[in-house]
Design a protein. Structure first.
Length: 60
């Protein structure tokens, strides 16, 4: 089983700040996230990858 990612890890992976990731979460624009232990935000890497793939732009 792949460990869940913290907001810091996901932000670094996407090349954005944690603040930006938090804003996306608030606005419902970022990757799917999960509330763990009643207060911790965590991400599944597979869902982060899916979210990123859905935003791919192919220009010719």
């Amino acid at each position: 089983m792949t460990p869940l990612a913290t907001p810091g890890q996901v932000a670094e992976y996407l090349g954005v700040t944690v603040k930006t990731l938090t804003q996306w979460r608030y606005l419902g624009q970022g990757p799917v996230w999960h509330k763990v232990g009643g207060k911790y935000c965590r991400y599944k890497w597979s869902e982060v990858e899916k979210w990123l793939a859905e935003r791919a732009i192919d220009t010719t």
